[in-house]
Write a protein that binds this ligand. Structure first.
Ligand SMILES: Cc1ncc(COP(=O)(O)O)c(C=O)c1O
Length: 405
């Protein structure tokens, strides 16, 4: 018997090390509660949350609106399956279509599943039209679209793909290179899938003109444009979708992460032209769009509106950008650049810096951030973070950077 009853952090870490599948690299700490942009571990140490569970906890932790919505919905109805409509789900579908300019919503339980639905959607559309060979998808080097075999086939980073034997029919071309996309296009291409900011790839915003250029190329070739807004959507970049910065309307939008504020839910939204592509029986999900997750998502959307979170993100993004720029200038040996959009920003570290070791030093100093790509220190705080919390976080980051220079 372990000393689980004692509930000490060390005992919980020991259980995790012994029984969890060892595919992650957790440090020796257990997070037990949170409030706003602050988290506490089982030893009652306090951390500023500048990563939001990988750009997920849009409303931070313990937001009363999310707590109330989930509690009330849990008491009323948690699950019915898609054999029947459920109220929060139909309301959520209508709301998301209104917010994104899309016409139809399919619900899943994660980002990867939403991507999977989008890939199946565009392929089956052409199949139904008798274009059975029109299966190819153009994706980008350095992209991340998820980890099922289909979504992984679209992901453009070897470190995630290696060893899994991937599905064919995806071409990868350099991000930002419209000529390369043009060359890769052909009558067998069903869709182009793109992140408006490459998140996992290292927080790389699309170069100016790239997304409108993709829209034009997709139209020229009669293929679809899928915007993977799983990391960038739900206000993270200061507009509801990141494609709004470029006034681009995709044919398909995939969402997850911030949508449920931490409750798992993914969504694949599409325009009317694709509404017949997946007839009943062709695709589905037991849990997708369940009342609990849908109620959580509605609470996130309500709160974004009632608290003016899009404007708040734009204001906080300025504070974060100014602070990170200052750090880039003060510590040029460690930080070679600053980049990002909205509350998805990064310090690009010099190649010789061990990014994971720096994340670990920051965690010990009381700030939680993540590594994206090979060398980007990613900041993706809750959208409700305050300027004071950002400044506090930046001063801790500065203290840690100072000890290294
Ligand atoms: C752009 C993008 N697409 C897809 C995914 C996969 O989402 P999930 O981990 O919820 O399956 C992620 C996750 O990081 C992502 O950032």
């Amino acid at each position: 018997m372990t000393n689980l009853e004692a509930g000490s952090e060390a005992a919980l870490v020991e259980l995790g090390r012994r029984f969890l599948y060892p595919n992650y690299r957790q440090p020796d700490l257990v997070l037990v509660r949170g409030q706003g942009a602050v988290l506490w571990d089982a030893s009652d140490r306090r951390y500023l949350d500048l990563y939001a569970g990988i750009a997920v906890s849009a409303l931070g932790h313990g937001h009363p609106a999310l707590v109330r919505a989930v509690s009330e919905q849990a008491a009323r109805l948690v699950h019915v399956s898609n054999y029947y409509f459920n109220e929060p789900n139909v309301r959520l579908a209508a709301r998301l279509c209104a917010l994104t300019g899309m016409d139809r919503a399919f619900f899943a339980n994660s980002g990867t599943e939403a991507v999977e639905a989008a890939l199946k959607l565009v392929r089956r559309h052409f199949f139904a039209q008798g274009q059975r060979e029109r299966l190819r998808v153009i994706a980008f080097h350095n992209s991340f679209h998820g980890r099922t075999l289909g979504a992984l086939a679209a992901t453009g980073q070897d470190k995630y793909r290696e060893g899994f034997g991937l599905l064919p029919n995806v071409s990868h071309v350099p991000y930002g290179d419209l000529d390369a996309v043009r060359s890769a296009l052909g009558p067998d291409v069903a869709a182009i899938i793109v992140e408006p900011v490459q998140g996992e790839g290292g927080v790389l915003p699309a170069p100016k003109g790239f997304l409108p250029g993709l829209r034009a190329l997709a139209d020229e070739h009669g293929c679809f444009l899928i915007a993977d807004e799983i990391q960038t959507g739900i206000g993270r970049t200061g507009t509801f979708l990141a494609v709004e910065h470029d006034k681009v309307r995709p044919d398909v939008v995939v969402l997850a992460k911030g949508l449920g504020g931490g409750v798992p839910i993914g969504a694949m939204l599409c325009t009317r032209s694709l509404e017949g592509a997946l007839p009943p029986g062709s695709h589905g999900s037991t849990f997708g769009g369940n009342p609990l997750a849908s109620a959580a998502a509605l609470a996130v959307l309500d709160t974004m509106e009632s608290e003016g979170l899009l404007a708040a993100v734009r204001a906080r993004a300025g504070t974060l950008a100014a602070g990170l720029e200052r750090l880039a200038q003060r510590y040029p040996k460690t930080v070679v650049a600053h980049r990002g959009l909205g509350l998805l920003q990064a310090l690009v570290l010099a190649p010789e810096v061990d990014a994971r070791a720096l994340v670990s030093d920051l965690q010990k100093a009381g700030v939680l951030v993540t590594v994206a790509g090979a060398c980007a220190l990613r900041f993706s705080p809750p959208l409700v973070i305050t300027d004071a919390e950002i400044e506090e976080g930046l001063s801790i980051v500065e203290r840690v950077l100072a000890t290294r220079s």
